[in-house]
Design a protein around this ligand. Structure first.
Ligand SMILES: NC(=O)c1ccc[n+]([C@@H]2O[C@H](COP(=O)([O-])OP(=O)(O)OC[C@H]3O[C@@H](n4cnc5c(N)ncnc54)[C@H](O)[C@@H]3O)[C@@H](O)[C@H]2O)c1
Length: 252
């Protein structure tokens, strides 16, 4: 327990269940004194999130494929809680058929969906988010090494993550005038709902674990620790960066 985030209100987007990276981020930020608000994609995921979070008031529906949904969600957050100090964007999606085989087999539509939900959504979140964020504030998103290397089966998602990381840099420049820092965490592979959509994810997870410096995969709590840091006033000099939290997998 610490007090790095004492007095800060942070919106967490993308907690589907207790395995979610967003949930690890939430735990680490609660441990540092933050007050959290959560968005969920749809009613099915609300049920799952409600099992982890008692207080219905802090749960707000938001589907990032619709601008209107993001706008309404953020207005609801502001009505209920006033201005907030940070947003965690832990959201990605691509149709399952496009997460396996050759990238040439992905359709134009699969490619667009991956870009829309996994990369553009961060820009939309920043656009509407600046209306409800304090100055200073922080936005953190989650990316993966498949943006830099051709990871088996990751395909359109790897391309979307490359877009996401570039979006972080442009957003960091343009959100600075609102006092908002934007950064990404490049997390090591962990078994979550999203990963099970990737063909051969068991091999992906074990390959990743073998390449860690100590043979143990990073935990969502460890990823959350970096998220808490980026949300805190200790990180005011960290802007537009992608920080690896993968136990060294990207080195080896
Ligand atoms: N699991 C890993 O190995 C790993 C590694 C690096 C980065 N990441 C990234 O971490 C982030 C969180 O994923 P996760 O692994 O915790 O999986 P997860 O399945 O727990 O979370 C993904 C979330 O995205 C949400 N989502 C998808 N489409 C949405 C939409 N249209 N509107 C709103 N929400 C939507 C889902 O509801 C879910 O909550 C993703 O960006 C993922 O790419 C994951």
């Amino acid at each position: 327990m610490g007090n790095l985030l004492q007095g800060k209100k942070i919106l967490v987007m993308g907690a589907a269940n207790k395995r979610s990276i967003a949930w690890g981020c939430a735990q680490a930020m609660i441990d540092q004194g933050a007050k959290l608000i959560f968005t969920y994609q749809n009613e099915r995921l609300k049920k799952s999130l409600h099992k982890l979070v008692d207080d219905e008031d802090v749960l707000v529906q938001c589907d990032v494929s619709q601008d209107e949904s993001i706008k309404t969600a953020f207005e609801t957050v502001e009505q209920r809680f006033g201005k907030i100090d940070g947003i965690v964007h832990a959201i990605a999606y691509a149709p399952k058929e496009s997460l396996g085989g050759d990238i040439m087999d992905a359709t134009r539509s699969d490619y667009s969906i991956a870009q829309d939900i996994s990369a553009y959504s961060l820009i939309a979140v920043a656009k509407y988010g600046k209306e409800i964020l304090n100055n200073p504030a922080s936005i953190v998103t989650l990316t993966y090494f498949g943006s830099e290397r051709a990871v088996p089966n990751y395909n359109v998602m790897g391309v979307a993550k490359a877009s996401l990381e570039a979006s972080v840099r442009y957003l960091a420049r343009d959100m600075a005038k609102y006092g908002v820092r934007v950064n990404a965490i490049s997390a090591g592979a962990v078994k979550t709902l999203a990963v099970t959509g990737v063909k051969g994810h068991t091999e992906l997870l074990s390959m990743s674990e073998e390449r860690t410096v100590d043979g143990h995969s990073v935990t969502t709590m460890e990823i959350g620790g970096a998220c808490a840091f980026l949300m805190s006033n200790l990180a005011t000099g960290v802007v537009g960066d992608t920080i690896y939290v993968d136990k060294g997998v990207h080195l080896i």
